[in-house]
Design a protein around this ligand. Structure first.
Ligand code: GLC
Length: 537
């Protein structure tokens, strides 16, 4: 080995620059025509994802589940629900994804399982005081219809259900931060940690490249499960509630998981759904915990330059404190699509394009949600067709971001969502609205100005900038708002992102324009709701 090789810097880990495409399998592509997306459909469409120019996919749960919360109620952590296919089909998917150069991340749901999980069923059968019940939070209530504490479910309603409502001797309630079909595991019982080590090993041994950790900050609850002081006992979106989430003990879980992830070559990636404010969330990505945690303060931004700059600088401060680069996304399966959130109609669509260009130019890894590359708006799913348990329990409805993708303009075979199977495919599990075909992949592929082609161009340029070391893993980001509501993020001395968030065209900062979300004015100014990448002189 030559001296220069010996002294060369270690190559950055792949996830530092990565863009991951989130696949919601139910709604991506339906391989057997039953109206529900599946592994066969996703496998057939992997080349589409590879051609986008992303580095990998994150698949939301496809494990066996009663589907009370579309798979986030898992009854077998190491299998495939027949609705989506078989384990062999998953193995083939993984192989084909790797052959196309795509990493594959899965979702692990450690906060709760399904009430149909064999261990929960055994706990119900074993009765009060049994060791089986120690795996969950079974607590006797004070009597009558009063639960053990005042916690409310994230989905609405109380976070407790009776174990055995018709029994006069079994007075236990069980805790569920989400629906009654999703009992919370008791992480204070070491058997739970051992069980999940096995789950991680199962998927890592298969060659899965990493895991997205669901509700990662909530596994431990305060000792003794005290009442919540917040008004009405609301869990408050799991944020900043010292009774319910963000307990110190949870960090040991991620230290243990990181050690396990690093037993594999290449190391496996852990990315957390840590729905906390930046300073608290950053503590989950300390050097011996997860490599990434979603920056939820960023995910939820509206079209407000001051808010973007404030969140940007707050995330940067957290990065400097804990060394973790923010992991950014603008969309996922739980929140309103950007085009609608940013105002809807043509204005919202333009803003969503601009925000996407900004996202891909900002420091750190980025996640895209399926359909974001098409600029899909949120769908107002008819009330009678809604299936989200959050909606059913009185919360917001998340179905509008989960409608099956339009692949073809023509409505036949559910706009091309249903690939093979019977001559007439079943209705999709959520109805596609009138006009859905106008967003179709096949149309956008042919339109040079489409959101799809803009996404591909941005991803390609991003790769080049990483290759040329204009982008580096050390980049932070200094944010400010200039006159005319021009939002600026200086990524480093060479590169900045500018977003026109005001009502009038604004002059571009000095430098060379590399990319914009829409054409500039004749004078070379940024129109409102446009964004640009600038190589500084
Ligand atoms: C996460 C998931 C969401 C699910 C919830 C309960 O927030 O993203 O879809 O409903 O956890 O598992």
């Amino acid at each position: 080995m030559s001296v220069s090789e010996e002294t060369a810097l270690a190559p950055a880990d792949w996830w530092e620059s990565a863009v991951i495409y989130q696949v919601y399998p139910r709604s991506f592509a339906d391989g057997d025509g039953d109206g529900v997306g599946d592994l066969a459909g996703l496998t057939a469409r992997l080349p589409y994802i590879a051609e986008l120019g992303v580095d990998g996919i994150w698949m939301t749960p496809f494990q066996p589940s009663p589907q009370v919360d579309q798979g986030y109620d898992v009854s077998d952590y190491c299998g495939v629900d027949p609705l989506f296919g078989t384990l062999e089909q998953f193995e083939s998917l993984l192989e084909q994804a790797h052959a196309l150069g795509l990493k594959v991340l899965l979702d692990v749901v450690p906060n709760h399982c399904s009430s149909e999980h064999p261990l929960f069923q055994a706990a119900l059968a074993a009765g009060p005081g049994s060791p089986e019940r120690e795996l969950f939070h079974f607590v006797p209530g004070p009597g009558g219809d009063t639960p053990p504490n005042n916690w409310q479910s994230v989905f609405g309603g109380r976070a407790w259900s009776r174990a055995n409502p018709s029994s006069e001797t079994d007075l236990d309630w069980y805790l569920h931060l989400f629906s009654a079909g999703q009992p919370d595991w008791n992480w204070r019982n070491p058997a739970v940690g051992d069980y999940f080590d096995g789950v991680l090993r199962f998927w890592f041994d298969k060659g899965v490249d990493g895991l997205r950790i669901d509700v990662a900050h909530a596994l431990f609850k305060a000792e003794g499960l005290p009442d919540s002081p917040s008004e009405g006992g609301v869990v408050d979106g799991l944020r900043s509630n010292p009774q319910v989430s963000d307990q110190e003990e949870v960090h040991d879980v991620y230290r243990r998981w990181r050690t396990l992830a690093e037993k594999y070559e290449p190391h496996r990636l852990l990315v957390g759904e840590v729905n906390l404010e930046p300073a608290r969330a950053a503590r989950y990505t300390r050097s011996d915990e997860m490599q990434q945690a979603f920056a939820f303060a960023f995910v939820k931004l509206g079209w407000d330059p001051e808010a973007w700059a404030a969140v940007g600088n707050e995330l940067e401060a957290a990065r400097l404190l804990h060394g973790a680069t923010p992991t950014r996304a603008l969309e996922n399966h739980d929140i309103v699509r950007a085009a609608t959130r940013f105002g809807g109609g043509s204005v919202g669509a333009a803003r969503a394009r601009a925000a996407l260009v900004a996202l891909l130019g900002l420091p750190g890894p980025a996640y895209l949600y399926q359909g974001q590359e098409l600029g899909l708006p949120e769908v107002d799913v008819p009330v009678e067709a809604r299936v989200d348990p959050m909606w059913a329990r009185g919360g917001v409805c998340r179905d509008g971001a989960r409608v099956p993708l339009p692949w073809t303009e023509d409505a036949g075979r559910n706009h091309g969502f249903s690939l093979a199977g019977p001559a007439v495919a079943s209705e999709p599990w959520l109805p596609q609205p009138a006009g859905w075909g106008a967003h179709a992949v096949e149309l956008q592929e042919q339109d040079p100005a489409s959101a799809l082609n803009l996404t591909k161009a941005a991803l390609e340029l991003r790769r080049t900038l990483w290759r040329d070391e204009v982008f580096t893993a050390a980049d932070g980001g200094t944010w400010r708002v200039e006159p005319g509501n021009l939002l600026v993020c200086e990524r480093n001395e060479q590169f900045l992102v500018a977003v026109a968030m005001g009502d009038e065209p604004v002059q571009l900062p000095a430098g060379r324009l590399l990319l914009s979300a829409a054409p500039l004015t004749e004078d070379g100014w940024l129109q409102p709701n446009n964004a640009a990448w600038i190589l500084r002189g």
